[in-house]
Design a protein around this ligand. Structure first.
Ligand code: G3P
Length: 218
């Protein structure tokens, strides 16, 4: 499963990139607002430090304006993926931009039928929002499972499942089990994946016993 960093925080991305764990980045208008940065500038900066897809979301809601904004954002760098919401206008914009070989990430997906529409419209990625479904006592992971089954039934559908609205380590684990192609994950959640108390306890014991040998490797 590919990991995308769900952030526009340059420092957080810089910290993660050396681990080789960042296969791409996703942003959305809320993430951009939180960054306090100029939208196009921060996307350009991210595209320079991350080789993989960097999602930049249009602000328009009407198809022709979405297409115009998408074409403008695509000029920033070759690894920009244009994010459009899962609406009829978003699907029209997806179809047009995908036909121009622009990567498209169709976002705000909350049903399997929506995901089927996005794949038929040529989306590169579909972003089902796990956490927001869980927030209203629905089952976000069931959506990932359903989309995986549907997409696998039709090999002609090339859209990758990009699990989004990931809130913690269990979402990452379950998305991988469900067969998501990508998970877009907040940087702190990525960093937290490495932690386990038994690892810490075991390492401490190894170091104590090694110290007793009085030996050194170098
Ligand atoms: O990539 C979508 C993600 O940023 C939304 O997360 O926590 O606002 O539902 P959240």
């Amino acid at each position: 499963m590919k990991f995308f960093a769900d952030t526009a925080d340059i420092a957080a991305i810089d910290e993660l990139v050396p681990t080789g764990l960042v296969d791409g980045v996703t942003t959305n208008p809320s993430i951009i607002a939180k960054s306090g940065r100029d939208f196009k500038e921060v996307i350009a900066e991210i595209c320079k430090i991350v080789d993989g897809p960097v999602s930049a979301e249009v602000a328009a809601t009407e198809a022709n304006q979405m297409i115009a904004e998408g074409r403008e954002l695509a000029k920033i760098a070759s690894n920009v993926a244009i994010k459009v919401p899962l609406t009829w206008d978003g699907l029209i914009a997806c179809k047009t931009l995908a036909a121009e070989d622009t990567m498209v990430n169709v976002t705000l997906c909350f049903s399997a039928n929506q995901a089927l529409l996005a794949a038929k419209a040529g989306a590169t990625f579909i972003s089902p929002f796990i956490g927001r479904l869980d927030d209203i006592a629905l089952d976000g992971m069931e959506l990932i499972h359903d989309i995986r089954v549907i997409y696998d039934n039709y090999p002609g559908l090339k859209t990758e499942i990009l699990a989004a609205s990931v809130r913690g380590a269990n979402h990452v684990r379950m998305a991988a089990i469900a067969g998501a192609d990508v998970a877009t994950i907040p940087p702190d959640v990525i960093k937290g994946l490495v932690r386990h108390p038994l690892t810490d306890k075991g390492l401490e014991a190894f170091l104590q016993d090694w110290a007793k040998t009085g030996q050194s490797i170098l």
